[in-house]
Design a protein around this ligand. Structure first.
Ligand code: HEM
Length: 414
């Protein structure tokens, strides 16, 4: 790697935007250090990012294209090894990716997304009722009580997961990040999730319903090939994960941004801007996926003024790309829902672009609008500086979002 001093990445993501600006000082493509032995390139420039995301010479398959890994030079304890070695749609390369992507896209149609509207309405209404039932003056964590259950319930409904299996699946997700559980407990919990998913696939095969799982079972290539059972379960689990975490963050980040910028909310209530503007500006300035590992250069690639050698790892710094001053000028770091250009690539771009983009936008807009309409006096319960980041540099979110439904001294409740 080139002879510059890399920016050492803070694994706890204390201030991803300040870190992004330090990387940008090197140019649109900078060097970062992920561990003592792993350096990578981070793409912070919008144009360089677009070029990289559209360039088929960037692979996502570590086993084929990460030279240091192939040569056995990567410590098995490298904390991001799971990101490099997971095997699903997002890490396949070339024709393997196109095949899986085509099959999933056949089921993930605009009609299927639009048909989710009434279900989202119902989920939002139930969650708002739950919030309204809280004690007066109670501090509510809107991430745990609103953003996360919304995102999870939408995915459960979309996939067609029966009510009885939902808790098991939620517990399985928590087990994977619970540092107090033993290896055996985690394995048992994950095993239960796999059993539930296998039962789901079998049930939908016997009795297809109006849901994504049934559509996935029916999806086939022109030559008649379909997803295998293992691919089905892997894809459903991937959709559950990718459809829950970023949406949770987008809802949380949008609410937070509008709470700390009441003048921006005013623009919406006076008709000078829309909820759509607010969500797009959040995607640009506070994207849920901040700094995504990994891509690997299949050959030497010239980009953003540097040559990335074949076999080197690359991270897409979506958070920095959305704040590129070359595109957004000196005010790039400011949250301003009235800015005319809100260009971002926070759903990716090119062949790996987010398959859930229309659904993510729809549910976020519905949830954020309904929340502020129901509780117009919503207020942060702590100063913004005390709303802790999520403890990761890959995602951009908060650990919790403590709010009061009505600002102190205001008695009216929704
Ligand atoms: C609303 C917030 C969301 C954000 C910000 C987001 C962001 C992203 C990004 C940045 C990528 C591209 C990764 C890359 O280029 O390497 C991606 C891919 C993906 N997203 Fe999303 N996502 C969101 C919601 C969803 C939802 C709701 C679903 C599913 C229902 C979903 C499913 C996926 C899948 C399956 C991929 C992989 C596509 C592929 O590899 O071909 N996402 N997402």
């Amino acid at each position: 790697m080139e002879n510059v001093c890399p920016v050492v990445i803070d694994p706890t993501g204390t201030d991803i935007h300040a870190e992004g600006e330090r990387i940008r000082e090197q140019g649109p493509v900078g060097l970062v250090e992920l561990s003592d032995s792993v350096r990578a390139w981070s793409i912070t420039g919008y144009e360089a990012g677009k070029q990289a995301l559209g360039d088929h010479r960037f692979s996502k398959d570590a086993r084929q294209h990460w030279t240091a890994f192939v040569n056995g030079q990567i410590d098995p304890d490298f904390p991001l090894i799971g990101w490099a070695l997971m095997e699903n749609l997002t890490t396949t390369y070339g024709s393997a990716h196109s095949r899986l992507r085509r099959l999933v896209a056949k089921a993930f149609t605009p009609r299927r997304v639009e048909a989710m509207r009434p279900a989202i309405d119902k989920i939002v209404a139930n969650l708002l009722e739950g919030l309204a039932d809280s004690r007066p003056g109670e501090v509510l964590d809107l991430k745990a009580r609103y953003a996360h259950p919304l995102a999870a319930e939408v995915m459960f409904d979309l996939i067609g997961i029966p009510a009885g299996a939902r808790q098991t699946i939620l517990r399985g997700g928590e087990a994977q990040v619970d540092t107090t559980m033993t290896e055996e407990e985690i394995a048992a919990s994950v095993g239960q999730v796999l059993q539930e998913m296998a039962a789901l696939v079998e049930a939908k095969r016997q009795t297809p319903a109006d849901d994504l799982t049934s559509d996935l079972l029916g999806a086939q290539e022109e030559d008649g090939s379909r997803l295998t059972d293992a691919e089905m379960i892997g894809t459903l689990l991937l959709l559950l994960a990718t459809g829950t975490e970023p949406v949770t963050n987008l809802v949380t980040n949008s609410i937070l941004a509008l709470l700390v910028h009441p003048e921006q909310r005013q623009l919406i209530s006076t008709g000078h801007a829309s909820w759509h503007d607010a969500i797009e500006e959040t995607l640009r300035a506070e994207p849920p996926v901040a700094h995504l590992p990994f891509r690997f250069a299949v050959e030497d690639i010239q980009i953003g003024g540097v040559t990335i050698p074949a076999g080197d790892p690359v991270l897409m710094n979506f958070a920095a790309m959305g704040r590129d001053p070359e595109i957004h000028g000196a005010s790039a770091g400011r949250f301003d829902i009235s800015r005319p250009r809100k260009d971002h690539m926070s759903f990716g771009y090119g062949i790996y672009r987010c398959i859930g983009m229309p659904l993510g936008r729809l549910e976020t807009e519905m949830a954020v609008a309904a929340l502020f309409e129901r509780f117009p006096d919503l207020a942060l319960a702590v100063p913004e500086s005390e709303v802790r980041p999520q403890n990761t540099f890959i995602m951009n979110g908060r650990s919790e979002l403590p709010v009061l439904l009505t600002a102190p001294g205001n008695d009216s409740r929704g």
